[in-house]
Structure formats: structure tokens, C-alpha cells
Design a protein around this ligand. Structure first.
Ligand code: CAA
Length: 392
């Protein structure tokens, strides 16, 4: 049933469909059995879990939201959100590897690409044969995307690309990179182009791997272009569409990060809940203490609210309506819930929460990035304010 509110139409029922529930059960089983046991090792060794991507590909999840003709499964974005959440509950590195591939790279090829690009670039990514990465930020521009200085100069049938891109998830490991580059700095955001650049392109090299606080297996690095030739046939949309490609891609990406934040928060909560049932203090298990109960209750209330907002944003996306505001709200709220919750979970574990014997310190470290990447919490507030002002 649909009710009209002061905001956009909101579904009153959030019950999962049979299909969504089946996806949830299947991915939960894979993630808990195959990914969770390795999460600490992946973190410790900064190891990119290639085998996890291969298993997701073998499970037909890498292109789940795209039509079957492009190697996908034609599922909705609520299913996608559920998958990212389940992955993040088990291993945040795996969830960002997956969401950067699906929503930041494959999705814009589907949304902005022509038929030839969908067959040549999207289909192998949807089948999980090729891995994607998204390159927007630069050493001198993060939040201010329009200030990108990486250049693309048109020479005949190709662009010559020069510049450096920062914080690239799936960095050295990807096969295709969606790169936003500037054709004319005087035009600012209207001069940007979106180019699909393949690993192996001449002059395309990698900087050092970043030593991060969390999501340490995601192979984050700089990518560098020196006179790299990129065929015009690899441009998504038209010249000048680059900023809109980037922003519309981030709308979808932010639902992915909101889902990731919900998963991190829920994963940490599940551990804290189990621990509170086992750990004794003052002659009883600590889950009988109101101080602990209140923390667990507040956390679960907020996590449920964050999940509802995230699914709501996915429903608006599936309806084909503009979902910029819903995605930004979900990401803003879910990221802050993830940070608050994981700090409380460490608190419930006491000293054991501060050491690596239990996984809650890892959830807390992983949570922080959700307030930073794909737009900081401050940028989400800006996006929401702009959307409200424009009545979008
Ligand atoms: N969809 C489509 N078009 C959009 C849009 C959207 N969501 N948002 C803006 N636009 C369009 C506007 O309509 C406008 O179009 P016109 O020129 O035709 O009028 C144009 O883009 C410019 O819009 P704004 O004036 O709003 O742009 P702005 O310069 O003021 O900046 C911003 C907007 C919100 C600050 C934006 O720059 C932004 O979101 N910055 C954050 C970037 C970000 O999230 N970076 C994260 C990097 S990715 C990552 O984290 C890597 C990873 O691997 C995980």
C-alpha cells in the first residue's frame, strides 16, 4: 500500500518479498561461512580477497541488478542493498570491493553507456569476469569534485589523459576504471567527461597501496595517467556529461554505502548481543544489566531505522524517480549509526573489545570510512539541503 506524505510516496509495508528473502538467506549463508572467518586475516595482511569476488561471480551476484541480456539477473535494488548488508556483516572489505564494482562502475555503464559499450564493457563485469573501479577524487580535490585537474585532450578518435586519481577502491586489482577527467578547466563541471579506461592502457600506472584504518583489503591506491590514449568509443554519455555521470553514480553508490554501514552496525551488534548473554559480572550475565540492555536496545532501534531508510531509497530508485535525497539521507544516517553503534559494542566488550581476540574493534575501524567515502557526512547534509531547496 502506498501513502502520500510530505516527502515522496513511501511504501507502508517493508515486508521482504519471497525473492528478497531467498537472496538474503543465500547470501547470509555464503558470507557467514566463507567470508566472516577470513575477515580478520584479510585486515591483518591488507589482502585483497580475489577469491571472494570469484565466489560472488559464481553465485551470479556481480550483475544482479542488470537485465539478463547484459549478463545480469534483473533483480531490484532492495535485493542489492540486502546483499551488500550481508557482505558487510561478515567482511567490510568484501562489501566495498563488491559495491564499488556494481554501483560505482557497472551501473554507470548501464545507465549512461550505449549498446556497444554495454555488450563490450558491462556484460563481462556483470558476469564477474572483469572487476570495476571508480576514479573521481584527486590529491587536491575530494569533496569539490568539479575541481578535478586530471585532463582529457581530444586528438582525433581518442582522448589523451594525464593526471592522478586518489583513493581508488579495488585500485591495482580492477580491470576497468571509470575516470572523470577535465577537457576544459574554464568550463568547470561542464567540461568533465566520463571515460572507461582499461588496465594495460599505455601510460597507466599505480601508486603505492594506502595503509588504512579499516577496509584494509580493498587495495586502495592512486592511479596515474601519463599521455594515456583512450578511445572516444570509451566515453560514457556525451562530452560535458562527466559531472552528471559522477553524481548520478554516487546516488546509487551511496545506497551501497548505507547498506554497508547497516551491515557493519548489525554485524557488531550480533557479536555484542551474543557476548552479553555469555559474559558474567556481579553474579549474572551482563545482558541482565540495564546499562548493557539500554545500549543494545538503542543500537538495534537505530540500525532498524537506518535499514528502513536504505530500503526506502532503493524503492524510490526502483520506481525510476530521482532518489538523490533519499540516498544521501540513508547514507548520512546509516554511517553515523554505524560509528555510534560500533563504539558502543567495543564498550560492551570492555577490555576484550580493545584487542583483536574479538572482531568488534575491526567493525569499529571499518565503520569510520562510511562517514567519509562517497561523500562525507558534511557533503550528504549539503546534498540533502540542495535537494530540499530545489524541491527534488
Ligand atoms: N544527478 C544528476 N545530476 C546532478 C546530480 C545528481 N545527483 N547532482 C548534481 N547534478 C547536476 C546539477 O543538476 C547541475 O547541473 P546543471 O549544471 O545542468 O545545472 C550540476 O550537476 C552541478 O550541480 P551542483 O551545482 O549541485 O554542483 P556543486 O559543484 O555545487 O557540487 C557536490 C555538488 C554535492 C558538492 C558534489 O561535488 C559532491 O557530491 N561532492 C562529493 C563527491 C564525493 O562523494 N566523492 C567521493 C568519491 S568516490 C569514493 O569515495 C571512492 C570509492 O571508491 C568508494
Amino acid at each position: 500500500m502506498i501513502a502520500t506524505t510530505g516527502l515522496k510516496d513511501m511504501p507502508l509495508s517493508f515486508a521482504l518479498s519471497e525473492e528478497q528473502r531467498l537472496i538474503q538467506e543465500t547470501v547470509r549463508e555464503i558470507a557467514q561461512k566463507e567470508f566472516a572467518p577470513k575477515a580478520a586475516e584479510i585486515d591483518r595482511n591488507h589482502r585483497f580477497p580475489r577469491e571472494n569476488f570469484q565466489l560472488l561471480a559464481a553465485s551470479d551476484l556481480c550483475g544482479m541488478i542488470f537485465p539478463e541480456e547484459y549478463g545480469g539477473a534483473g533483480l531490484d535494488h532492495v535485493c542489492y542493498s540486502i546483499v551488500v548488508e550481508e557482505l558487510a556483516k561478515a567482511c567490510a572489505t568484501t562489501s566495498v570491493m563488491y559495491s564499488a564494482h556494481v554501483s560505482l562502475t557497472a551501473a554507470p555503464v548501464y545507465q549512461w553507456g550505449n549498446e556497444e559499450q554495454k555488450q563490450r564493457i558491462l556484460a563481462p563485469m556483470a558476469r564477474g569476469e572483469k572487476l570495476g573501479a571508480f576514479a573521481l577524487s584527486e590529491p587536491g580535490s575530494g569533496s569539490d569534485s568539479a575541481a578535478a585537474r586530471c585532463t582529457a585532450v581530444l586528438k582525433g578518435d581518442h582522448f589523451v589523459v594525464n593526471g592522478v586519481k586518489n583513493w581508488i577502491t579495488n585500485g591495482v586489482e580492477a580491470d576497468w576504471y571509470l575516470v572523470i577527467a577535465q577537457t576544459d578547466p574554464a568550463l568547470r563541471h561542464k567540461g568533465l567527461v566520463a571515460l572507461m579506461i582499461e588496465k594495460g592502457t599505455p601510460g597507466f600506472t599505480f601508486g603505492k597501496l594506502e595503509d588504512k584504518l579499516g577496509i584494509r583489503g580493498s587495495a586502495t591506491c592512486q592511479i596515474i595517467f601519463e599521455d594515456s590514449p583512450v578511445p572516444v568509443t570509451n566515453m560514457l554519455g556525451q562530452a560535458g556529461d562527466g559531472f552528471k555521470v559522477a553524481m548520478s553514480t554516487l546516488d546509487g553508490g551511496r545506497i551501497g554505502i548505507a547498506s554497508q554501514a547497516v551491515g557493519i552496525a548489525q554485524g557488531a551488534w550480533d557479536h555484542a548481543w551474543r557476548y552479553a548473554k555469555e559474559r558474567s559480572a556481579f553474579g549474572q550475565t551482563i545482558n541482565k544489566l540495564q546499562a548493557i540492555q539500554f545500549m543494545l536496545v538503542e543500537m538495534q532501534t537505530e540500525i532498524d531505522a537506518a535499514r528502513l531508510m536504505t530500503h526506502h531509497a532503493s524503492v524510490v530508485q526502483d520506481r525510476g524517480q530521482r532518489f538523490t535525497r533519499e540516498a544521501a539521507m540513508a547514507k548520512l544516517y546509516a554511517a553515523e549509526v554505524a560509528m555510534r553503534s560500533t563504539v558502543k559494542c567495543v564498550q560492551i566488550f570492555g577490555g576484550y573489545g580493545y584487542v583483536t581476540d574479538y572482531p568488534v574493534e575491526l567493525y569499529m575501524r571499518d565503520a569510520k570510512i562510511t562517514e567519509i567515502y562517497e561523500g562525507t557526512s558534511e557533503i550528504q547534509r549539503l546534498v540533502i539541503a540542495n535537494s530540499l531547496l530545489k524541491g527534488q
